[in-house]
Design a protein around this ligand. Structure first.
Ligand code: SF4
Length: 356
């Protein structure tokens, strides 16, 4: 199957819908040259977002103890992953961590609570915390708290919540393979409730859960249909104890192709490289900034990730800029940048012979 990158860019920069056959080819046709694909996706990204990268930080405000059976999730009742479980953090802790995120140059503070969905009482409590964060801290907010209806979404919107996250995670046909306690339609209904309440939507997927190429394409077009403006693409982090552990589907190159596919199908969306960036993209992380324009710092749910400084370094080394940038900190320049983990001297040699 051929590829006309100029034509793909032209379509992505117009009002036309990207052809499904081309979207599928991006994943399945090995003759599509990866570097040329990345460059073409980068052209679309540069048009809508320039070189800016938005940083998000997750605060896992409640961990574990979830009655749902999502097979990929360490917080599920059916997971044996040895995570630290705790109920909702205190109001003061959540607000203090919002201050800390802002001080680190984070653009958006993402509060994530485990569970099927909040009760009316929990919704009011979260709304109270969000109201305080918006007035006292002044940072963009996102909440991920499970399934909810229009009334709950309205309470949160009126409190000042900017965005509600609820991932589709996978296609409608693959959903029963990864969760049985709620349906794909339940998830769509939550997105509709958020939209009708006036909240920005954030919704994406987890790749690497045994899905087909068509499943990935289906998610990309479903998000296009709802014009979702913020799309996180997570790559399954293999956590021992989770029923869906490691489907051995992902390589750095496949992850790049997935990100490029989402950029072409959803050209104006804030496309975020989510969980698993470090482990799955590995040495190709910098290239992923061409299709994607958004990253998480300091880890995900139940797993750690690169620090703020490491992410700043990645972005700057690749020639991109942090949205709402902060000054370069001194630790970015220290000698440890020139050492390897297993041999601290190898890039910092002690020589006895004068160098010529
Ligand atoms: S993904 Fe959410 S709903 Fe599913 S088990 Fe994890 S915390 Fe519960």
């Amino acid at each position: 199957m051929g590829s006309d990158f100029n034509e793909w860019v032209k379509i992505a920069l117009s009002d036309e819908t990207f052809p499904q056959s081309s979207a599928l080819a991006i994943l399945s046709d090995p003759d599509i040259d990866l570097l040329r694909l990345v460059a073409a996706a980068g052209e679309v990204r540069m048009t809508y977002f320039g070189r800016q990268v938005m940083l998000h930080r997750i605060n896992d405000i409640q961990n574990g103890l979830c009655p749902e059976d999502c097979g990929y999730c360490a917080q599920s009742k059916i997971s044996d992953a040895p995570i630290k479980k705790y109920p909702l953090k205190s109001e003061e802790d959540i607000i203090q961590e919002a201050y800390e995120a802002k001080a680190k140059g984070v653009y958006r503070y993402c509060m994530v609570s485990s569970g099927r969905g909040p009760t009316a009482e929990r919704t009011e409590h979260l709304a109270h915390i969000i109201r305080r964060i918006k007035t006292e801290v002044g940072i963009q907010t996102c909440l991920s708290a499970g399934l909810m209806d229009h009334e709950q979404a309205t309470v949160l919107k009126e409190a000042g919540l900017d965005r509600l996250n609820h991932n589709l995670n996978t296609s409608e046909s693959h959903t029963p393979d990864i969760v049985t306690t709620h349906t794909f339609q339940d998830r769509i209904n939550t997105l509709k409730a958020a939209r009708s309440a006036g909240l920005d939507l954030c919704s994406g997927m987890i790749a690497g859960m045994g899905e087909t190429d068509q499943d990935i394409v289906d998610v990309a077009y479903q998000l296009h249909q709802y014009q979702v403006p913020s799309i996180p693409i997570n790559f399954l982090i293999p956590i021992p104890g989770n029923p869906i552990y490691d489907c051995n589907q992902l390589s750095p190159q496949r992850c790049l192709r997935i990100l490029c596919l989402f950029r072409f199908v959803n050209p104006t969306a804030e496309l975020r490289i989510g969980g698993g960036r470090e482990g799955h993209l590995r040495g190709l992380q910098a290239l992923a900034l061409y299709p994607a324009n958004s990253l998480f710092v300091e880890g995900y749910l139940a797993t750690r990730g690169h620090s703020v400084d490491q992410v700043y370094q990645l972005i700057r080394d690749a020639g991109f800029e942090v949205a709402g940038d902060r000054p370069l900190s001194s630790e970015l320049r220290d000698a440890s940048q020139f050492q390897l983990d297993d041999n601290p001297n190898i890039l910092n040699p002690q020589t006895t012979t004068p160098l010529l």
